[in-house]
Design a protein around this ligand. Structure first.
Ligand code: HEM
Length: 230
């Protein structure tokens, strides 16, 4: 028999869906800023394997060459991104949701089994709970990455006032590279996250919108979900 159970709290869903457009705006406005001095590439010496970003990228996305607009948007929306992330972290700790999110001592071993299972190299799925081991690691890592973006962002935003942050990041140039690498990290996370969401199916996605999940009434699953307080 199927039944409806609570899965994601309202606050978590708000933080999650508010974060999505905010992060998109931060990446977009960040590219508008980066365009003015786009020095990064993968390669060595004069050899370039990949340039971030080639002219064709700017052309394809119709990136308007508006540095001032990019800076204005970036420095405004960064506060909303920061406040939303901070509230999410505080709420997660106060509500006890962190128990489902933080990796535990089995997570690193189990995450490997999740990867093998997802690659169809292993039949058995490791223990799931609300989030499996791979999800716990990745969802926690994305919070650390958000923190990293704020720190490296402040370091390159006000390198004189935050000279000590700059020093912690290894200097202005290093902080700028770290800030950029984190952005690439979000894009990779986003691609994998959305693929996983599509693979997990409509029920899983709907749960992140409505908060409810439809589950088959098996004893193990219901025990775990009952544990998730309303
Ligand atoms: C189209 C965009 C997105 C979709 C469709 C989406 C969908 C989802 C879904 C369905 C879940 C629940 C996963 C589950 O129950 O197994 C989830 C969780 C999560 N997503 Fe996304 N997501 C999107 C964008 C993002 C972005 C941009 C980020 C952050 C950079 C993000 C970070 C997270 C985190 C941290 C969780 C765990 C939330 C918690 O329970 O505290 N998502 N997402």
């Amino acid at each position: 028999m199927k039944r409806i159970v609570k899965k994601h709290r309202l606050a978590i869903r708000w933080f999650h869906w508010v974060n999505f457009p905010l992060l998109a705006i931060m990446i977009w406005s960040g590219i508008l800023i980066y365009w003015a001095n786009d020095v990064y590439k993968l390669g060595w010496g004069n050899k370039t394997i990949l340039k971030f970003f080639p002219q064709s990228f700017y052309d394809a996305l119709h990136i308007p060459y508006k540095l001032a607009l990019g800076m204005a948007m970036h420095f405004f929306f960064m506060w909303l991104f920061f406040v939303n992330g901070l509230l999410y972290v505080l709420y997660t700790f106060i509500s006890g949701e962190w128990r489902y999110l933080l990796p535990n001592r089995h997570s690193f071993k189990e995450a490997w089994l999740v990867v093998l299972h997802d690659l169809h190299l292993r039949k058995q799925l490791p223990p799931q709970g609300k989030y499996n081991a791979a999800q716990r690691i990745v969802y926690s890592a994305i919070i650390v990455m958000g923190f990293g973006s704020i720190v490296t962002g402040l370091a390159i935003y006000k390198p004189t006032q935050f000279y000590w942050l700059c020093a912690i990041c290894g200097g202005y140039e290093a902080a700028r590279i770290e800030h950029f690498v984190l952005m690439i990290g979000y894009c990779l996370f986003f691609i994998i996250h959305v693929i996983q969401v599509i693979l997990a199916g409509w029920n899983n996605f709907r749960a992140m919108v409505t908060g409810f999940d439809v589950v088959k009434d098996t004893p193990v699953l219901s025990e775990e979900i009952i544990d998730d307080k309303p």
